[in-house]
Design a protein around this ligand. Structure first.
Ligand SMILES: Cc1ncc(COP(=O)(O)O)c(C=O)c1O
Length: 207
């Protein structure tokens, strides 16, 4: 039977990307009384968090924080940059890349799925050369965005995001680059600005 208030003693130590182990000092801070969400302390804290979080993404751009699952962040990224009927190129590297594609299709986007040629599709990261070739063939620039998963949690395969940006640039294509780094950020190297990513999605529940 499912026990909802089950809290085992000691530290749960499982070396997978998530749920993230929360440091003790953070757990202790969460047991303090709630502060006034309209008070000056909360405003100052919020501004500090919004400024400091940029370092994690290696960006000078504003980062938006809001309550949702990673799936909610996928949806927000697509809904705020694209419109139903838009053509998006998605690269399947594993379970999460496949789920993102399903969500995009439900939003009414025209999804085109690419994957590593041959068998064992989920054993490989994104092949940037395939993306470059496909974008070069899209002379009318119908493809509005390229969506890739940085670290595919289901397989542990990490893709080279800088190479994907170089491929888009080499094809002289205006498509946006959308990256899910939900389990990559803060564990693998990630550089939003330097790699020329247009939208980076992450979550606090993973790495
Ligand atoms: C790479 C990746 N993308 C998306 C998600 C979906 O996040 P959530 O389960 O919070 O909706 C996960 C969750 O494991 C993930 O690892």
């Amino acid at each position: 039977m499912l026990t909802l208030d089950f809290h085992p003693t000691g530290r749960h130590f499982l070396q997978i990307p998530g749920p993230s182990p929360v440091p003790d000092r953070i757990l202790r801070a969460m047991s303090l009384p709630t502060i006034d969400h309209r008070g000056p302390e909360f405003a100052a804290l919020g501004l500090k968090v919004l400024a400091d979080i940029k370092k994690i993404f290696q960006t000078k751009q504003p980062v938006i924080i809001y309550p949702a699952s990673g799936t909610g962040a996928w949806e927000a990224a697509l809904a705020n940059t694209l419109s139903p009927g838009d053509h998006v190129l998605m690269y399947e590297t594993g379970h999460f890349a496949a789920l993102w594609q399903k969500l995009a299709a439900r939003l009414g986007l025209k999804t085109e799925v690419m994957s590593h040629p041959g068998a064992d599709v989920w054993r490989h990261g994104v092949q940037a050369s395939q993306i470059e070739e496909r974008l070069k063939a899209d002379t009318q620039h119908a493809i509005r965005a390229v969506c890739v998963v940085h670290n595919e949690t289901s397989t542990g395969v990490t893709s080279n995001i800088a190479a994907v940006r170089r491929a888009i640039d080499a094809a002289k294509h205006p498509a946006l680059l959308l990256v899910d780094t939900i389990s990559g950020l803060a564990s693998a190297d990630y550089r939003h600005d330097e790699w020329g990513v247009d939208v980076t999605i992450s979550g606090s529940q993973k790495a």
